[in-house]
Design a protein around this ligand. Sequence first.
Ligand code: FES
Length: 104
Amino acid sequence: MKATWKLADGREITLDVAAGTSLMEAATARGVPGIIGECGGSMSCATCHVVVDPAWSDRAGPPSAFEEDMLDITEAGRQPTSRLSCQIRMTAALDGIVLSVPEL
Ligand code: FES
């Protein structure tokens, strides 16, 4: 399955992501710029912030209540389809998902 990260400088990075892998883990393993994942996925850093392409946001689902709170303190500022990418796990339904990495 694939996911694409659009960077603030216009580059796009498309990676193979195994089912069950979080999009933060996939991005940090391959060095996608701007995705840090400092807390390892425990929802305490918000350095995995992405903006889900609106065409994919329904399939990605809404953030949990705790994730909502973390999104309010992201460095780049929250957008309507912002998510913490450590909380999105790849499934067949998300094959092809497109995310933007906010500019800091
Ligand atoms: S990796 Fe820290 S909140 Fe997602």
